[in-house]
Design a protein around this ligand. Structure first.
Ligand code: HEC
Length: 228
C-alpha cells in the first residue's frame, strides 16, 4: 500500500480535534475559576485590612474614591481611601455618604441591593452604559461618581444647590428634567428619595470597581484624575 501523506490521514485529524478540544476545555475551566475569583465582591474586612479587590465590598461607600494614573498599569485606577503615591489605595480616608461614614456591611449591602434593583426596574441601561452593557444615548455611568461635575466645584452640584456629591446626584435623579444640561434631557422616571439614595450608592460602588481603565480615556476627557 502506498504511503499516504499525513494531511490526508483521518486519524491525524481525529487526534488533532480531540487534543484541541481537550486543551480548550481545560483553558475554559481555568479561565472560569480565574474570572470568578476576579469578580467576586470583597468584604468590609478586606477594606479594613487594606486588601485590594477588583470589586470592593459594599462598605466602600464609607470611603473617599478618586481616580489616579497608575504608571505600572498604564491607565487610571480607582483609588479607595487615599493614594499611597504609586497608584495604590490606602483604605484610610473616609468620606461621609448621606451624613455617615459608618455604614455597616449589612446596611451598605441592603442599600446597594436597592440601587441595583432600581437600576433594573427603571432600566437605566436603556439609555446609559453600565460596565460595558447598555446604550450610548446618554453618558456612560460606569464612572459617573468620579465625574467632577458632581464634585464641590462642579456645575451639577452648584445647579442642584446641594452641598455634597451624593445629595446632588440624588436630587438630579429625582428631578432630572428640572436640571437639563445637554440637548438631550433625562426624563423623570418617578424615582423616590429612598430609591435615589440606593442608586447613588450603586453608582459610587460601581466607580470603585477596577475595570482596567474602562471606559477608556474617561479620566482624561472628564478631568477626573486627581479629582475631589
Ligand atoms: C430615557 C433615557 C434615560 C434613562 C432611562 C435614564 N437616563 Fe440618566 N440620563 C439620560 C440623559 C439624556 C442624560 C443627560 C442629561 C443631561 O446631562 O442633561 C442623563 C444623565 C444622567 C446622569 C448624569 C450623567 C453624568 O455623567 O453624571 C446620571 C447620574 C444618570 N443619568 C443616572 C441615571 C440612572 C441611575 C438611571 C436609571 C435609574 C437613568 N439615568 C435612566 C437619559 C436617561
Amino acid at each position: 500500500m502506498a504511503k499516504k501523506s499525513v494531511w490526508s490521514d483521518n486519524r491525524f485529524w481525529q487526534r488533532s480535534a480531540a487534543w484541541i478540544t481537550g486543551f480548550a476545555s481545560v483553558l475554559l475551566i481555568w479561565l472560569t475559576f480565574d474570572t470568578m475569583a476576579q469578580i467576586t465582591i470583597g468584604t468590609d474586612s478586606d477594606l479594613k485590612n487594606g486588601v485590594t479587590k477588583r470589586v470592593p465590598g459594599p462598605t466602600v461607600i464609607n470611603y473617599k474614591i478618586t481616580y489616579e494614573m497608575s504608571s505600572k498599569r498604564g491607565h487610571e485606577v480607582p483609588i479607595i481611601g487615599g493614594n499611597d503615591g504609586q497608584g495604590m489605595s490606602l483604605f484610610q480616608e473616609k468620606e461621609k455618604f448621606f451624613g455617615r461614614d459608618d455604614w455597616s456591611e449589612e446596611e451598605a449591602t441592603e442599600l446597594l441591593h436597592l440601587g441595583k434593583l432600581g437600576s433594573q426596574v427603571k432600566n437605566c441601561m436603556n439609555c446609559h452604559t453600565l460596565l460595558g452593557n447598555g446604550a450610548y444615548y446618554a453618558p456612560d455611568l460606569t464612572k459617573a461618581w468620579l465625574d467632577p461635575q458632581w464634585g464641590p466645584d462642579g456645575s451639577m452640584q452648584a445647579m442642584t444647590g446641594k452641598n455634597t456629591k451624593e445629595e446632588a446626584m440624588a436630587e438630579f435623579l429625582q428631578n432630572p428634567s428640572k436640571y437639563p444640561t445637554h440637548s438631550r434631557m433625562m426624563p423623570n422616571l418617578g424615582i423616590t428619595a429612598e430609591e435615589a439614595k440606593g442608586l447613588v450608592a450603586f453608582l459610587k460602588h460601581m466607580s470603585s470597581i477596577d475595570t482596567n481603565g474602562f471606559p477608556r480615556n474617561f479620566g482624561k476627557i472628564e478631568g477626573a484624575v486627581h479629582g475631589k
